[in-house]
Design a binder for this molecule. Structure first.
Ligand SMILES: [Zn+2]
Length: 255
């Protein structure tokens, strides 16, 4: 019997979790209907027809029933690929997993959001193709701040609303403050101008047009620190994937 409600959709697999003995819940970011949870019967059985199309880091065209609320269903995978490099490299794996859980935390389920679907797709593609995963992650983190309701003004001074030459980041003003207004926040972050430059660049950079960004490790460390600080105090997530990523980076450093 043909399921008339079934239709094709584009999806990026975000994560999977076991459900009962043989079934699984699979979360997708779909281009057509936003982030959705799918129930896949028998996915844990050895002969599941969908197994190859629903391995971690899969993306492509699927067919299924997209419910407005509750669990959706997948009937087939039509044209499915995998981010091969990401799935084979534990570091890239950690970055990609963090990005996907971050988007899942930022965006509500069941709301179409094609711009962020595209951004996630390009971000994963760039990471898969060897582009610096740390930088791609920072770009997504900076651009997601407005989605989280933290809207740092990376263009103008958040205190006097003018464009100046030198800035610092102020949590009090939720954004950049100019040199003339440093006295308004004695707890400003005291960032160097290079770090500020990249924060401003990342807030406007278009992932589809990126060719090369070379950032030295010292600046990358500072970007990591400032973004952690902003996320900890203004967003307040507690993602396991982020803790894992931090742990991985520590191991890398001590190796
Ligand atoms: Zn100012």
């Amino acid at each position: 019997m043909v399921n008339t409600k079934s239709r094709p959709f584009h999806g990026i697999l975000l994560y999977r979790q076991n459900y009962r003995e043989h079934d699984m819940l699979v979360k997708f970011f779909t281009a057509e209907a936003g982030i959705k949870m799918f129930f896949v019967r028998g996915l844990n059985r050895p002969k599941s027809k969908l197994a190859a199309d629903l391995i971690p880091f899969s993306f492509g065209t699927y067919e299924g029933e997209l419910k407005e609320q509750g669990l959706s269903y997948i009937s087939t995978g039509d044209n499915v690929s995998h981010f091969q490099q990401i799935s084979e490299d534990i570091m890239l794996n950690a970055y990609a997993t963090y990005l996907m859980t971050l988007l899942d935390a930022a965006l509500p389920d069941n709301f179409p959001n094609k711009p962020w679907f595209d951004k996630l797709f390009y971000a994963l593609n760039l990471i898969n193709n060897g582009f610096d995963a740390e930088i791609i992650t920072n770009i997504i983190e900076v651009q997601l701040l407005t989605v989280f309701g933290v809207a740092p003004d990376f263009k103008y001074c958040a205190a006097c609303h003018l464009q100046k030459d030198r800035y610092d980041y102020s949590e009090k003003f939720n954004g950049l403050i100019c040199e003339d207004d440093y006295h308004l926040d004695k707890y400003r972050m005291h960032l160097d101008q290079k770090t500020i430059y990249y924060l401003r660049l990342f807030s406007i950079v278009n992932l589809t047009k990126i060719e090369k960004i070379n950032v030295n490790q010292a600046t990358k460390n500072k970007l990591r620190q400032v973004l952690d600080k902003i996320y900890d105090s203004s967003v307040g997530l507690n993602l396991k994937s982020k803790k894992f990523l931090d742990q991985m980076n520590k191991w890398e450093l001590n190796r």
